[in-house]
Design a protein around this ligand. Sequence first.
Ligand SMILES: Nc1nc2c(ncn2[C@@H]2O[C@H](COP(=O)(O)OP(=O)(O)OP(=O)(O)O)[C@@H](O)[C@H]2O)c(=O)[nH]1
Ligand SMILES: [Mg+2]
Length: 491
Amino acid sequence: MQQQVMACFGGCVPEGEGGGPYLSHHEAKVARLRDKELTKLLNKQHKEDLKRLKILLLGTGESGKSTITKQMKIIHINGYSFAERLEKIKDIIRNVRESLLSMVGAMHHLNIPLENAESRASADFILDQAARQDTETSEEFWDHCEKLWSDCGVQKCYDRSHEYQLIDCAKYFLDKIGEIRSLNYAPSDQDILRCRAITTSIQHIEFDVPDAGQSVKFRVYDVGGQQGERKKWIQVFDNVVAILYLGDTSCFDQTLREDTSKSRLIESLEIFEQVWNNSKSRLIESLEIFEQVWNNRFLRPVSILLFLNKIDILAEKIAKGRSIKDLLAQHPGVFPDYDSCPVSSNERIEFMDAFPGGTEQTTKRRSRSSSRTDINPEVVKTAVYIKNLFTRIVRGELSINKTIQPHPKEWHQNHSCEYFYTCAVDTNNVKKVLEGCRTLIIRKHLESVILSCGTSGRNGQQRAPEVIPEMTISGHRYAVVTAIVLAIEEQ
Ligand SMILES: Nc1nc2c(ncn2[C@@H]2O[C@H](COP(=O)(O)OP(=O)(O)OP(=O)(O)O)[C@@H](O)[C@H]2O)c(=O)[nH]1
Ligand SMILES: [Mg+2]
């Protein structure tokens, strides 16, 4: 893609003919020189780009992609400065306002009355804020927020949040209004991780990770996952080394949020109606998009690291009596039977190992992990069942998106899919998972480098990618790869 852009630049020198404006000889010369410089610059940039391992974060809206990039900043870069923390306050205020707006709107639809007559004035005050984009707040605003959140009617509405659209961090921030409204408030790492802001443009972060005495350079792309944002994904498919696909395990009882940037802040009850009527299951959407990514011809050699995310919210939902069985019953014949889905002891341990809150011993010693009593077996079963849905898609045993023609097994032989249970707001969990991913990504990348050399003949039909000799991979592995590449080229 980069090359296409450069080709375009190369072909754009105006010559005064062919429809372009007439340029003097001197002007044309200057333009040509400028174009040459630009092409050189782009070439250099392109080479620099190729030295970094390019990772893509994909997944549907609100699955946790940006939260993972925030964790990368905390773990691999220097975290958040004081000024950056203060910047986040605006988003947190929007989160508080949007949460209360969603609940007040939903109470109307769900026929849940406010318990306290005095809360009416607070509800009206918040509804009046619906069209506001700014983040100016007053003591009056915070008083109304606190009053509303303490109303039992609002709490009842919160318990039914799967029936409408409510951001995941609603309770987290509403429970700490007292702290947020203080003039001295500076968001903690956890506040930043919990804070929700929709992604509407392609963003990336870069960092270096030490590996066997050398540093491995990464560039991670974060894209928007809402419906309208997904058409931009293809722009970043070039030279991808691995995909981190975020699948939300807790969304089985939720429907899609209406896809418009307007819904970031529900501007009016009219938009609320749209949201209300959008009834496509979030889990089915996530499986469908995963199936598209797995079978996408541009991503054929790219391995997927599947993050089965939000396992903490999954546990909260099961504790409230929610069950994936309701969704399965709405789609008879599509999904495998839930009750007869087996959970092996290894699968149980894998999940318990990842689940937040394990003590040092439980996270370090596998045998103790299996004896954790704080996790409801139904949580494990649901997580394993959802994991199996994704892995069935990988094996071609389940197809959700009927417009996709599944490829035969051989088509997939150059990429694989590995899964991890994650809680993206838990730094310990993400740190552990990222360590595992790093090794896998480097291994997969080396395999693909070797493979691409293996398919390139000495007589030149296809040269080994330019990137190989310049790759900054850990010392000894780099040496091994170079040796293998040379050996293949010698043949
Ligand atoms: N409790 C909990 N919250 C999570 C977890 N992962 C993400 N969240 C929250 O879910 C919300 C959405 O996360 P984002 O990272 O913004 O989701 P996204 O995939 O980037 O969404 P788009 O930008 O719309 O594509 C945020 O409020 C996060 O804090 C998790 O594992 N547990
Ligand atoms: Mg995002």
